[in-house]
Design a binder for this molecule. Sequence first.
Ligand code: AGP
Length: 616
Amino acid sequence: MCGIVGYVGKKQALEVVVAGLRRMEYRGYDSAGIAVISGGHLEVRKKAGKLVNLQTLLGSDPLPNSTTGIGHTRWATHGGPTDSNAHPHVSEDGTVAVIHNGIIENFAELRGELTAAGVTLTSETDTEVVAHLLAKTLPAAGNDLVAAMRQVCGRLEGAFTLVAIDPRQPDLVVGARRNSPLVVGVGVGENFLASDVSAFVDHTRNALELGQDQIVVLTAASIRVMDFAGNPVEARPFTIDWDASAVEKGGHDLFMLKEIAEQPKAVADALLGRVGNDGRIQLDEMGLDDQALRDIDKVVVVACGTAAHAGMVAKYAIEHWTRIPVEMELASEFRYRDPIVNARSLVIAISQSGETMDTLMALRHAKDQGAKTLAICNTVGSSIPREADAVIYTYAGPEIAVASTKAFLTQIIAAYLVGLYLAQVREVMPGEDIAAVLADLADMPGKVDLVLDTVEPVRALAREFAGAPSVLFIGRHVGFPVALEGALKLKELAYMHAEGFAAGELKHGPIALIEDGVPVVVIVPSPAGRAILHDKIISNIQEVRARGARIIAIAEEGDEKINDYADHVIRVPVVPPLMAPLVATVPLQVFACEMATAKGHDVDQPRNLAKSVTVE
Ligand code: AGP
């Protein structure tokens, strides 16, 4: 939430920062702003709304030349999306400009203190207090921005990434992080700060991870990292293993369309190198020893949103393969209900961004209880994998569209690999059965590709139903989380009422929602899998059809029986039952994307949302 960019070097800061903000806009787009140092003073431009509004402002009120600058794109927490609440915030005396991601929980108290001292605050944000505190601290800190930042950070509670500049130290950019993301881009004669590496990947693929409660000080020629007490810290370097084209639309109209299309490759990449020549799964990178995995007596998955749906899918598979009980818990609920986890629990945190605060806090709680922790994550170097005992990366490549697509499929793949690995080390599944599932997984890129070739009718249906007041999704077994995911996509992109239900649960209440013409999307289980599930869902279809529902069935090729019960049938390839989410989800992504497009919505940046939710 909120995107941050900082630059110091030889180039025009304006160009570097605005280009970085364009890449960061997925993190929030309520306002955008930039501050540069020029001629010994700060120049700030900021504007409510998307980055394009700031660019228009910069057209009529250009910034002077400068090689030091910071920029921010906001997802509003404290105070609405207005010009005055936009970052950067500048101290009353004009000495410091600050940008911030996170929430300063003791801001009201600090605001009161500043007001009592005669400071006039001009915004409703928590961030502005930091600008004034820095300005007030600077004289006693010898006008050293680094020392002032250290002192001010010591007074802040909550989550923050802060980046500040001071025209008296024009070649310096100072950043600080606690619980919110910040990475360093290491250039030659220039250096960068950003919420994630995509902001500077055009300039350098060398980066540094920053840890908790650390401060980073950039000049064009140097990078210093220290803790809040000022002790030097060694930051871990890493190389970005993709290039700038991965964060461009690559000929697609939307990032979401690009990311939907990338799914066959993403699934293949998620599987790459995970099976040895002996046919056994190797998750060497994971770093949990096999004995620890033999000792666990339960698995708890914590995640949010789409990642939670992936976790729900994984629960069916992991329990089936390993016979270890698996709980799936929304991360935001986990730590507040005194969950039973201990040294014999494996807590798996699933997160595309690796920065979701609810998931990070759940992970920390699990660690505090002594649980073994494993991250399934897409973003190398982010907080969740850094803090977990072990990590499996999904290698989906950058996901820019706010609505998650390829991350979901690859999270399922990674979680399945973990389940199979558990079965392997605990010797609860014959080797040939594991090999058979691995062969099924290896087929999935091709199967997902087949789905993509046949989604045109889905688009037509989306346009047909764009005027519907609501859409319901039902499924059974692994089709249930797919139904939840289909509904989530529609809510976040088409802004319409959509709900997913376990098909058998409908008659226990939600069936009252059915009236004439209500579209119900049914994730139909394979008749060749567990035939009973197919029979049961047909009964559930009958129940809603009898009350006027219009049925859109997602059914596998060759399931002719479904034709008699559905108004529309979307075909997906035949796959084993546990693989079905990997194909059945794709038409639902296309359905939501097309419906949002038909309604004229901004698909990649839906209202009120941000890609990476770094507040609780
Ligand atoms: C889904 O389309 C969402 N954008 C959202 O639910 C997302 O999956 C959730 O916020 C979790 O994000 P994470 O995977 O980065 O932790």
